[in-house]
Write a protein that binds this ligand. Structure first.
Ligand SMILES: Cc1ncc(COP(=O)(O)O)c(C=O)c1O
Length: 237
């Protein structure tokens, strides 16, 4: 599946089957009330999904975002169901819902549900990933100069703890001259036998840049290069 923010909004129209919740109120279904439009190429249709004021140009959505209509409706249905019968609702969904969320995320990212971990924040997720990496003294973690502070800090702390080093490279010199080939070339030429991990953010919140497919291609080429150098595919060098 091609991943994009627009596809994600479409995919967000998931429907969760709910057990019947009895009571004086009408039965609640978690199926969303309105289907998101398929025509997400049309900006006015996308814009309609958001209730943010039209009196402003909102440039802070990377920080605090307004939910699109399907998300608002899903939140409202969960809230009503919890008001209706908190114990039964939470009891019924506590264990199955994380699995459904992981399956949706895996479909969006192109991975497997068991490869997805749910965390409270990006900061927590990055800390888990880097603190869990078996990095050894003398090895190196490669990242970019464009990455977010919390990514840099997660790498710094993990590297310090292991006695490893950190290398940061620029993926491009200016926005006008960004090219996928050049980004891949810069990553590949920096990866060495000491490189234990390469950490690259896909969508840069500082600029909105979505790094063009480079991470996959660099990963593929990098593992081929390592394989040809070392003659093996060992994942824990
Ligand atoms: C690229 C990137 N990484 C990490 C973070 C930190 O995210 P969180 O607040 O979820 O820990 C942000 C927040 O804007 C971000 O844009």
């Amino acid at each position: 599946m091609t991943s994009s923010r627009r596809n994600f909004l479409t995919a967000a129209g998931f429907s969760l089957a709910a057990g019947a919740i009895s009571g004086s109120r009408p039965r609640l279904s978690l199926a969303l009330g309105s289907e998101p439009s398929n025509n997400l190429q049309d900006w006015s249709i996308v814009r309609e999904q958001f209730e943010v004021s039209r009196d402003y140009i909102h440039l802070s959505s990377f920080f605090l975002a307004s939910h699109p209509r399907p998300v608002r409706e899903a939140i409202e249905k969960h809230r009503q169901a919890i008001d209706d019968n908190p114990f039964m609702y939470v009891g019924r969904h506590l264990f199955e819902m994380p699995g459904q969320i992981r399956a949706s995320v895996a479909e969006y990212l192109g991975g497997k549900p068991e490869e997805v971990a749910l965390t409270n924040s990006t900061t927590m997720g990055l800390a888990f990933v880097y603190q869990g990496l078996p990095v050894r003294a003398g090895q190196e973690i490669l990242t970019t100069t464009h990455d977010h502070y919390v990514h840099h800090e997660a790498i710094r702390l993990a590297a310090e703890r292991a006695g490893a080093t950190v290398k940061k490279i620029a993926l491009f010199d200016d926005f006008a001259s960004i090219s996928e080939e050049d980004i891949v070339r810069r990553i590949i030429r920096t990866v060495s036998p000491r490189t234990r991990a390469v950490g690259i953010t896909w969508v840069h919140s500082g600029s909105g840049l979505k790094v063009p497919g480079a991470t996959h291609r660099a990963g593929d080429q990098g593992s081929q290069r390592r394989a040809s150098r070392s003659g093996s595919h060992s994942s824990d060098r």
